[in-house]
Design a protein around this ligand. Structure first.
Ligand code: THG
Length: 292
């Protein structure tokens, strides 16, 4: 799987001062650390950036470009900031993101074409967040149709199911997983991605990693092409790159409902199984799911 580092973002406590002061050093350092951690792409997340959007995006893209040619995912809802970032990008950029809302597609798809960028198609419509896999499929179809009208090839469309937090939206997470399975038939030539850490948003910090990693194993099995992830979770990276085949096989057994002899397993493996059962909806989520 292709990994997109999430750590260069406006919510970051570590970087907020540097962002505010337009101080390049800490930004460069973060990008270098993400690259060293094995990221294939960097998500440049400036959020809505209502006031200073274009100048901020231009600055940050230029600053990153000074240390590396790594491809960038430009993460903002501000259209002017998006264009400023696209102008500044050296390589092929990824627009993050374009929802299925008509006015968003009308504004952003021409930019994707003009700058020869790929884009993340967020399965979110005028009615808001989809309620199940089928609604996600509907929004995906609208995005694909619209992109094709703009002569954007399927390979440049990265569909995103919108991963929601398991602690408040447990059923929704299953809808997401199901949508990833559906994509193989619905849009075999499109790529896919997701904000993996969303799944553990709001959870106790020390428990987020295992939730993220277990969900990664599940969606990887169904062909998820890439994910926006915490660059500094080394185990997660190892799983994504296929270096934990035993662990993957174990979770696949749980997904298939096959019996697993837990007596022969390590404590950590048992924790992964418990986590998979929460993600599959077989155990109700609570912060103490590993202790049950
Ligand atoms: N889809 C797409 N883009 C996305 C998302 C998505 N971009 C934003 C987000 N979701 C993915 N990126 C993050 C970045 C950080 C965190 C989660 C998702 C995160 N940060 C910690 C926190 O908030 O507690 C730590 C912040 C810090 O560094 O101090 O959880 O779904 N297309």
């Amino acid at each position: 799987m292709l990994l997109i580092g999430e750590n260069l973002n406006v919510m970051s406590k570590k970087l907020s001062e540097a962002f505010f002061a337009r101080e390049a050093g800490p930004v460069r350092k973060m990008v270098e650390a993400e690259i060293k951690a094995g990221m294939d792409m960097i998500d440049v997340n400036i959020g809505p950036a209502r006031k200073t959007g274009p100048e901020f995006m231009e600055w940050i893209v230029r600053t990153v470009g000074e240390v590396s040619d790594i491809p960038l995912s430009l993460d903002t809802t501000n259209i002017e900031a998006m264009e400023a970032g696209l102008k500044e990008c050296k390589g092929k950029a990824l627009i993050n993101s374009v929802s299925a809302r008509p006015e968003r597609m009308e504004a952003l798809l021409p930019l994707a074409k003009r700058y020869n960028a790929s884009f993340i198609g967020l399965t979110l419509g005028a009615e808001g967040i989809p309620r199940d896999a089928n609604e996600r499929g509907l929004f995906a179809a609208e995005i694909i149709a619209s992109a094709s009208q703009h002569n954007i090839p399927d390979e440049d469309i990265w569909l995103d199911p919108i991963v929601l937090p398991i602690n408040s939206q447990q059923v929704q997470v299953q809808g997401c997983t199901e949508f990833v399975m559906m994509l193989n038939e619905l849009a075999p030539d499109c790529r896919s991605t997701c904000g993996l850490s969303n799944v553990s948003n709001g959870m106790p910090k020390h428990l987020r990693g295992i939730m993220n990693r277990t969900y990664l194993i599940m969606i990887k099995r169904y062909g998820m092409y890439s994910a926006i992830v915490d660059a500094f979770d080394g185990e997660l990276k190892a799983i994504a790159k296929g270096q934990r085949p035993g662990l993957e096989a174990l979770i696949h057994r749980v997904m298939d409902g096959e019996p697993v002899d837990t007596a022969a397993l390590s404590g950590e493996e048992v924790q992964y199984i418990k986590t998979a059962k929460v993600l599959l909806g077989q155990t109700l989520y609570s912060d103490s799911w590993l202790e049950i």
